[in-house]
Write a protein that binds this ligand. Structure first.
Ligand code: G6P
Length: 607
């Protein structure tokens, strides 16, 4: 996936490039590099590993120049070493690239036949040689790029600079995102509005297939057929101060603590306080007419979708299918002509979710996108958009995006239930009130932080952890296991509590903590049997429950986290917090890189 930035500045741009890369590091952190024009010549600094390594290189060997590009990498083609670090360059052109050039083998063979020799294992080097060869054949930079773009298959966002052209930068996007920033006598390119936030809030988003020619005071945009087009300039909602860590040691912890407020903001957008009702009247989706919902998503967003299945089926009596987007897109699922699809994605960029959504649209399903980034490809291509108001989520492990997704989905399920006559006005009022009460209860749950840290100390010393839950606590169990795996590297599995006896029970011994999410309600007694099965085999129980559950089951547990008592509908929203804190503190105590766990990236724009 990778992050890219380009600056046509007034003075030296190296420090702004590094600063921008710091905000892009969530997109990849295998290696990083910058290139500028120094007296008209391309010069580069690159380093393997985290950005701080590049910062050290630049400190030892400063890079002047007011025209530059930068890149932070999540390796796809070629191992993450110095040689394969971007920018890739020859004496004429330097390129940073986010995406994958799928036909690079064929292009490479063509170029090799022309006597080009290769210095990296990357697909991106192909772009450098293609442009350079076109220029050697007599084309100017713009014509050269234009001729090369049409030969590239796959996904790309590119920023390109040229030796001897101090006021020229070319960008292009297909599949991967790219935004143009407008400054005072300066112009910028960046993977998203977050990287550009401290430089400018005036943004032009390129459409898929667009490419653009920037100088310090001009901008030309062309679409995929090379016709000149106008794209609007918009004010980005992201400001520089929204993307700091504040007083928190990690973005993840800051984002966990933001949940009461961002869940409140997200609810606010759909709650009519005068009528005390949730409202989705603006949504062009008639739930009464639907006979099926298909939900597609990846990672944490998938677990939000799975939770929503329980809600839509029980409250709105509508059958729901939830699929991992990377599976759904290839399995040629028959979709109901009376159905609709929901694509859930924090970034709105995840390529598998985007492609799954394109498949659903191609089959005639209207697609509703639930995204945190409204300028994203998924939002743009959807038939309708619902926004989570989580604000920028930087920590790679998703937290506040998850609970704001749950918030919108729970509210929508209540709305759909009412529309379809499946719940009464009284039920609607009761459930809406339960939802509206969640932000305040989340703030209370955060008070458990210290005791969860202590429990996490024990978890951090183990090799395997099981998470169990029933009903809508089952997806949460899987999300808890995912969180722990992602950031602490402890193996964990989330299971439906009732399914445990069909396999995972064999894993239980006194070295395996078993985290059980068991709010009181219709499932408590059933979960109680499973808890006793664990206890009987010496399993170390960490019980997350409320006062009723603690009374019923507390005696069997090594640790109990007592939550406020809530309607079981909204319990996943609240129980997400101890799950997140447990993973966070276990990771901190293991000394892992919480915000940038190994091998992961925040948004995955490759298959
Ligand atoms: C990556 C991230 C996860 C995220 C998933 C889906 O794997 O590490 O935290 O849940 O992508 O991302 P999306 O932006 O589509 O929600």
């Amino acid at each position: 996936m990778c992050g890219i930035i380009g600056i046509l500045g007034q003075d030296g741009v190296a420090s702004d490039l590094l600063d921008g890369l710091r905000r892009l590091e969530y997109r990849g952190y295998d290696s990083a590099g910058i290139a500028t024009l120094v007296n008209g010549h391309i010069d580069r600094r690159r380093a393997e590993g985290k950005l701080r390594n590049l910062a050290d290189v630049v400190q030892d060997s400063p890079l002047p120049g007011r025209t530059g590009i930068g890149h932070t990498r999540w390796a796809t083609h070629g191992v993450p070493n110095l040689t394969n670090a971007h920018p890739h360059a020859d004496e004429r052109v330097a390129v940073v690239h986010n995406g994958i050039i799928e036909n690079f083998d064929a292009l490479r063979a063509d170029l090799s036949a022309r006597g080009i020799s290769w210095s990296t294992d990357t697909d991106t080097e192909t772009i450098v040689h293609l442009i350079s060869a076109a220029m050697a054949d007599g084309l100017g930079p713009v014509e050269a790029v234009k001729s090369v773009i049409r030969r590239l298959q796959g996904a790309f966002a590119l920023a390109i600079i040229f030796a001897g052209h101090d006021s020229l930068m070319i960008g292009a996007r297909k599949g991967s995102p790219l935004a143009i920033g407008h400054g005072e006598g300066e112009m910028y390119l960046g993977s998203d509005a977050i990287v550009l936030a401290p430089l400018t809030r005036e943004i032009t988003y390129l459409e898929d297939g667009d490419w653009c020619v920037l100088t310090r005071d001009s901008l030309e945009i062309y679409d995929s057929s090379n016709a000149a087009v106008d794209r609007p300039k918009v004010e980005s909602a992201v400001s520089g101060d929204m993307i700091g860590k504040g007083n928190f040691p990690h973005y993840m912890l800051k984002e966990i603590y933001e949940q009461p407020s961002v869940v409140g903001d997200t609810l606010q957008a759909h709650f009519n306080p005068a009528e005390k009702r949730l409202n989705f009247e603006d949504l062009s989706l008639d739930f009464k007419a639907l006979d099926r919902l298909t939900i597609m998503a990846c990672g944490t967003a998938f677990y939000a979708g799975l939770t929503a299945k329980y809600w839509f089926e029980s409250l709105a009596r509508i059958p729901v299918e939830v699929d991992i987007a990377s599976e759904f897109r290839y399995r040629e699922a028959p979709l109901s002509p009376q159905g609709a699809s929901i694509a859930i994605s924090q970034s709105g960029e995840t390529i598998d979710t985007l492609e799954a959504m394109r498949f659903a649209r191609g089959e005639g399903n209207p697609v509703l996108a639930l995204v945190n980034v409204t300028e994203s490809a998924i939002a743009r291509e959807a038939d309708a958009v619902l926004k989570t108001l989580a604000g920028p989520e930087i920590g790679v492990a998703s937290t506040k995006a998850f609970t704001t997704q749950l918030t919108v989905l729970a509210a929508l399920a209540i709305w759909a239930g009412r529309q379809r006559g499946a719940i009464s006005a009284d039920d609607e009022a009761r459930l809406s009130q339960a939802l509206v009460g969640i932000p305040a209860l989340m703030a209370q749950v955060l008070n458990h932080d210290d005791s969860i840290r202590e429990i996490a100390g024990k978890v951090a010393q183990t090799r395997d952890v099981l998470y169990l839950g029933r009903g809508s606590m089952f997806p949460l169990a899987m999300e808890g296991a995912l969180k722990l795996k992602e950031i602490s590297y402890i193996h964990a599995e989330g299971y439906a509590a009732g399914e445990m006896k069909h396999g995972p029970i064999a894993l239980i011994d006194d070295g395996v903590p078993v985290v059980v999410c068991a709010p009181s309600g219709p499932m408590l007694e059933k979960t109680a049997s499973n808890v006793e099965q664990v206890a009987a085999r010496g399993g170390r129980l960490i019980l997350i429950t409320d006062a009723v559950g603690a009374k019923r089951l507390g005696g069997t547990a090594e640790d109990v986290i007592v939550m406020p008592t809530v309607d079981s509908l909204v319990a996943p929203l609240l129980y997400a917090l101890p799950i997140q804190l447990l993973a966070y503190h276990a990771a901190v105590q293991k000394g892992t890189d919480v915000d940038q766990p190994r091998n992961l990236a925040k948004s995955v724009t490759v298959e």
